[in-house]
Write a protein of this length. Structure first.
Length: 462
């Protein structure tokens, strides 16, 4: 049981008794994260009352930990308290404020923008001007920049003066007079250097920077590769315009992973947590894929209808249809999942398609051989025990075995290549979801199965 759950009844009692002095004293030692959890656990109007009692700085810090729905509810409740709302919006970090504005209706966002100070309004409008899901929407303009001609002593004095407003000052950024990024330096380097040392003498000009117009997935990849707590963001001319911190990138990574998992499962990505998604929206996002997959499976019925004569003459073939198509679908889903994830984490790119295809062809042959051997043994054992398959049991077993080899190899090949096709077309590779691959392989698997059966059993069973 959490601290918030234990103390929630006491907090509610203080609110009900309007004992705000005791309530303010009780919350004085709480961290912003704990206060955010408490406010989210309270029902309106108790959550608003508690939030109003927080000091200005603590309120801004707490607000950043709240979920979007709670933030929107508090803003709507405070909209009539202009001074308090103005203070809150101006004190929020630019990236968190941008995330809030994106979730609000346009007219509300415009009204809140007008409440900001001229400097903060300029920052907010700039961030909102970048494309959705771009690094520009993710960055904050709260950072510390220094000049190469300064001494270490001047730089440290500058950090003391302006560091309190920075999102993080583990790293400071060296810029020229045009604000073009020249290098980044860890504060540790400054602390260990002689005070009279020039910043230029500490620079090696080896730094990593993000472009504001790039997709946020680029930021995730760069943070993974370089293991940083923050990275600078520049425009097309190399001018430093902000930084992105690791906490925001972790949020993006979680959102991207969730979106990919949804698509892999054969549904559109949800725009909100599952329990917060309206039922009709949830059904809509799932129904589109289900309808598409249902129409695809209708081709399976058509394929079976095409081989109706073969099935009529050898009913035994129908017994193995679920075995054959499920094996192909499973192998295709495996391959698709492996390749999509490898693409997502940057392990493979479009130019690796030929190498992947060769590996999957051999993998498919080996996996198909394993399943084919098991299928042949199954036919043999059942014939020995029950005499199910008559005098031609050996040919039937061979048909099942070779069909499994062909279908599994085709499944692995399809599942591995579809993400490359999607990426080449500019679509999300996760769109080639496992249900989609399974449906495709179901249809083609039937064709492979009955074609092999026609070749082997013609003149005997058929």
């Amino acid at each position: 049981m959490t601290l918030q759950q234990v103390l929630k009844p006491d907090i509610q009692e203080l609110v009900a008794n309007r004992d705000f002095a005791s309530l303010r004293l009780a919350l004085a030692d709480w961290t912003p994260q704990e206060l955010a959890d408490l406010i989210e656990a309270l029902e309106p109007p108790e959550d608003v009352i508690v939030f109003r009692l927080l000091p200005r700085d603590l309120a801004a810090d707490t607000f950043e930990y709240l979920d979007t729905e709670t933030q929107k509810r508090l803003v709507n409740a405070l909209i009539q308290e202009k001074e308090r709302l103005v203070n809150l919006l101006n004190d929020l970090s630019p990236d968190d404020r941008t995330s809030l504005f994106e979730e609000l209706p346009g007219h509300v966002t415009q009204r809140l923008l007008n409440m900001l100070s001229p400097e903060e309004r300029q920052v907010a409008v700039m961030l909102l001007g970048y494309p959705e899901d771009s690094i520009g929407r993710l960055m904050t303009t709260d950072y510390v920049a220094i000049r190469p001609e300064w001494t270490v002593q001047q730089a440290i004095e500058h950090i003391r003066k302006h560091g309190k407003d920075s999102e993080t000052f583990d790293v400071v950024y060296v810029v020229d007079r045009s604000w073009r990024l020249l290098d980044d330096l860890r504060v540790r380097e400054l602390l260990l250097a002689e005070p009279s040392t020039l910043i230029a003498d500490l620079m090696d000009e080896r730094f990593v920077a993000l472009r504001a117009a790039d997709d946020q997935e680029v930021a995730v990849a760069e943070f993974l590769e370089h293991d940083r707590v923050a990275l600078p963001v520049t425009d097309s001319r190399g001018v430093l315009i902000g930084i992105v911190t690791v906490d925001d990138v972790l949020d993006v990574a979680q959102e991207e992973a969730t979106e990919d998992i949804h698509k892999l499962g054969g549904t559109e990505a949800l725009d909100a947590p599952y329990l917060d998604t309206p039922l009709l929206s949830l059904v809509s996002k799932r129904a589109r894929w289900l309808v598409a997959l249902f129409l695809g499976e209708m081709l399976t019925a058509s394929a079976m209808g095409y081989f109706e004569d073969e099935i009529a003459r050898a009913v035994v073939l129908a017994l193995f249809v679920p075995l054959i198509i499920s094996s192909g679908g499973n192998s295709g889903s495996q391959a698709a999942t492996l390749i999509i994830r490898a693409m997502a984490v940057g392990e493979i790119s479009l130019r690796d398609w030929w190498h992947v295809m060769r590996r999957e062809v051999f993998s498919g042959l080996l996996l198909g051989g394993i399943l084919g051997a098991i299928g042949f043994v199954r036919v043999s054992v059942w014939h020995a025990m029950f005499g199910f398959y008559g005098t031609h049991w050996l040919l039937i077993g061979l048909t099942v075995a070779l069909s499994l080899v062909g279908v599994v190899m085709w499944g692995t090949l399809s599942g591995s290549m579809l993400p490359f096709v999607m990426r080449k077309l500019g679509a999300d590779p996760a769109t080639s979801s496992t249900p989609f691959v399974a449906t495709l392989v179901d249809v083609t698997g039937l064709i492979i199965y009955f074609s092999v059966a026609a070749a082997i059993l013609s003149g005997s069973v058929l």
